[in-house]
Design a protein around this ligand. Sequence first.
Ligand SMILES: Nc1nc2c(c(=O)[nH]1)N[C@H]1C(S)=C(S)[C@@H](COP(=O)(O)OP(=O)(O)OC[C@H]3O[C@@H](n4cnc5c(=O)[nH]c(N)nc54)[C@H](O)[C@@H]3O)O[C@H]1N2
Ligand SMILES: Nc1nc2c(c(=O)[nH]1)N[C@H]1C(S)=C(S)[C@@H](COP(=O)(O)OP(=O)(O)OC[C@H]3O[C@@H](n4cnc5c(=O)[nH]c(N)nc54)[C@H](O)[C@@H]3O)O[C@H]1N2
Ligand code: SF4
Ligand SMILES: [Mo]
Length: 706
Amino acid sequence: MKLRNGEQVFRSVCRSCHGGCGVLVFVKDGKVVRVKGDPASPMNKGWMCVKGVMTPEIANHPDRLRKPLRRKGERGSGQWESISWDEVLGEITSRLDKFRKEFGPESIALGQGTGRHHYMHVVRFANALGTPNWYEPGLAQCFIPRITVSNLTYGGFVVGDYYGEVSPKCILFWGHNPLVSGPDGELSISVKRALDKGALGIAVDPRRSETGKYCQQWLPIRPGTDAALALAMIHVIIKENIYDAEFVEKWTTGFDELKKHVEPFTPAWAEAITWIPSSDIIKAAKTYALNKPAVLEWGLGIEQNPNSLQTVRAVAILRGLTGNVDIPGGDILGMNIIRSYPTLKDKLPEGMLKKRLGAENFKLLGGWRAFMPSAHIPTLFRAMRTGEPYRVRALLIFGGNPLTTVANSKEVYESLLKLDLLVVTDLFMTPTAAIADYVLPAALWPEVEQVIGYPLVVENIVMAQQKITQVGECRQDEWIIDEMSRRLNLPGSEESLEDVMNYQLEPLGITYQKLKEQTFIHPPHEYKKFERNGFRTPSKKIELYCRTLERMGYDPLPTYKEPPESPVKTPELAKEFPYVLTTGSRRKEFFQSEHRQIPSLRKRRPYPQVEMHPEVASLHGIKHGDWVIVTSPRGSIRMKALVTEDIHPRVINVEHAWWFPEKSAPEYGVWESNANMLTNNAPPYDPAFGSYQLRGLLCRVEKEVK
Ligand SMILES: Nc1nc2c(c(=O)[nH]1)N[C@H]1C(S)=C(S)[C@@H](COP(=O)(O)OP(=O)(O)OC[C@H]3O[C@@H](n4cnc5c(=O)[nH]c(N)nc54)[C@H](O)[C@@H]3O)O[C@H]1N2
Ligand SMILES: Nc1nc2c(c(=O)[nH]1)N[C@H]1C(S)=C(S)[C@@H](COP(=O)(O)OP(=O)(O)OC[C@H]3O[C@@H](n4cnc5c(=O)[nH]c(N)nc54)[C@H](O)[C@@H]3O)O[C@H]1N2
Ligand code: SF4
Ligand SMILES: [Mo]
């Protein structure tokens, strides 16, 4: 549509985070000039967050990469020459072809960033290339434990029902701060509206987060001990007879085993471990069980530890016990209204499954039962560095900044420098891209065509993104992948992206071109699908006791394990590092390591911050706003003090993914305030997912002396 001021308006989907907000994009002279929330969108109903609103600043930023670059000097010397797409794709693919033939396709790894539009296309490329080694920096640390446990326990992924007639009466936020973050950013407004309508909020979080501030109850937990709290809540709910007996009888298996199993896990037992008073544990368990329908919003707080499988399982069982699954206003199972992405998984040669790095150990991350089998990052990076068990020679990253987002940044750096070929596709030059051989300019969401189902994984609503503008020579990642596939004559390269999108949409009887006109499809939700067909688990019931896990050699009932580095497990170390460190809680203004160069966003948060209680600050002579050195057994970083009562007095929280685009290349200050200088990528890992500890480590703080 054309407006009187010469602007044109298009409808699309914002993806300045994981996305999901329906938007109106205003374009003038070929540039995005404004973005507004689309009131017609069932996801956000007109709302947008600050990052989305600032999209024009991101899209038109002078530092956007606009042409393919080839390095001129040494790796990381910061000297580049621009070359044509034809040349760059020709050079990269001829090197890939050589690696493939000489060392086998497994010597080529593919990397990507968190849940982008091209996520599944990278998986498709890996399968077509014949390499089992692709990764995403979340996975074991983010979302895969929740998805896998949901599948094992309820036979599908669940999300909070904010989209129907009935509103939740209670929301239990567990290690999750959706008013700022979430698997989908647009969740913020739905949660906020449910709380405004009177839902009782409970927050399990060492910080009273932005979401916690709206809650009636705050349980400031010791990071890394969530399984103990969940087990005690199960204990209370069973002991007090406040579980949904009819539902449990009819729709779950293993209740008797669970009842026996949780007998020792009393609130007093959990109090000693979690630092939460037992009276608060009992109160939270009662509030959640007695206020139906209830949503359980779970987040990273339960996954970024080496007991992620059992922690997520313990939390998941609460929904089953209270019968809050697939009911209006509860946690609902997906409709999955489109076909899953054609990832060409049958093209991966069978022998390659065994070669997937980490798959043998972490069966639910990389094995055949995994939801989205991928390589284990510490094992993969070790293979780059040491050649053990075999050398990985090339890495192509499509939108990721592992120098800031993967644990133990120095080791990540060492690993990347050992590669024969590093290619990074990104919107901007980053510290990771700066040490690459080739840097390719990616398209931002208004320059992209894709079909996407929301909420992520459950696909209840399907939307179309459309290409509205063109910036420089930027290309959508899928185009880059398809061009490489064509040059390498890979399986699937005869299909266009539009063919792939149309294949996904076929069950809806619509093409991508038609969906673009319509923008979204939102069929009515079918609740209680289990009454028709049972749950999609082997027993057709919710599996409180999980035989599949038992057969795989994992505990069928959830258990608590003390974090490997903690005041309890390593008391000697705790004398030198007396605080429990947690990392990564999100900020509204930034998405992971992005947006530090966007003036309107950066001016709201100019510095990285470390949160600490006033007692800690005064003990160390630190004042709000002082520069502070945070040290873990692995390294030190500097951040500005945010002194607040809204954090447990024994916990320190640092932001993650900081770098400084304004500082000099190639490092851009990546070693200064990067949380992953403090974190650990060493074992022990979660036995099923290979998750490592990003929350619940040890640290100390001191005022920086200049
Ligand atoms: N210590 C600590 N570390 C963490 C976490 C934590 O909580 N604590 N969280 C972890 C989690 S949950 C995740 S998901 C990861 C995230 O890790 P990453 O996904 O590596 O996150 P970013 O560093 O922001 O990298 C994304 C990059 O992609 C670029 N980009 C954006 N859109 C596109 C696009 O469409 N195409 C291309 N090619 N590039 C694009 C951005 O400019 C940016 O440089 O970090 C993990 N790391
Ligand atoms: N604005 C914005 N939105 C985002 C992102 C972003 O970078 N910026 N990142 C996106 C990504 S990839 C993800 S995975 C999601 C993450 O979104 P969330 O799952 O909400 O994760 P966080 O905000 O990192 O952490 C949630 C809360 O966990 C608390 N916490 C820390 N340690 C523990 C613990 O051991 N136990 C418990 N119970 N709580 C703990 C933190 O204080 C924090 O308030 O957000 C997505 N959305
Ligand atoms: S929440 Fe995400 S999708 Fe919505 S406006 Fe913000 S950045 Fe865009
Ligand atoms: Mo994530």
